[in-house]
Design a protein around this ligand. Sequence first.
Ligand code: FPP
Length: 259
Amino acid sequence: MVNKTVKKTSDSTIISLDKNRLPRHIAIIMDGNGRWARSKGLVRTLGHENGVDALRRIATASAEIGIEYLTVYAFSTENWHRPKSEVKALMSILVRALRKELSTLLDNNIRLQAIGEIALLPNEIQKQLREVIQLTSEGDRMALTLALSYSSKEEILRATRLLAEDVQRGFLLPENITEEVFENYLYTRGMPHPDLLIRTSGEYRISNYLLWQLAYTELYFSPKLWPDFTKEDLYQAIAEYQKRERRFGLTSEQLNENT
Ligand code: FPP
């Protein structure tokens, strides 16, 4: 039983998780803030405010059960095209959350990281991000990575440009470009690929998120809107992940031979 952690959901369902088979890295597309607000007759920004509460819940629960990396889609490159007022509100929620949640991150030994075109964010956010990243850099329990102004296609193009520059300068030979070399040019350099991707709100899309990194990730779609997503929903997603057989292109028989 030492390897099992037993979690009880609000309806008293027991979820049993195998501690030895936890995903190392969970990626989340936090979708449904707007619909959550609309369903309650509230303005969309209140959906995002409640989305921050959900993120706090899920990040602390993840760290608590031993997840090493949690990477969340907080603002996509495409989100810049939303109405100006919503973009402004999201930026102000982000800057406030960074200030307010510093203590949550420190208390839980979580280090903050960011991926995406950070230079496109307002200066105030860049400054705040740098500060929180620096102040939490010793957090060795879990890395919480915010994908901000992030587009996976743009990340891959950027990596290709940087790589081409290194080839042009003679630092690298084209024949030496392997997957491992290419990955060193991605924002996620040094991080393991996500084992599990969770998308909330009943949408079944990847939406330009971690396209390279998700090649062999298990996908889990929840009908819950992000502000309603609870730690029990997280355990449920992990329990489902633990039932899957990850074959990485091999056969079941090959996998069983190797165990
Ligand atoms: C998707 O909901 C969510 C976003 C575009 C932003 C995600 C942001 C948060 C959870 C809060 C802010 C995050 C941080 C890190 C401070 P949607 O607006 O697309 O919802 P809809 O599809 O129902 O309209």
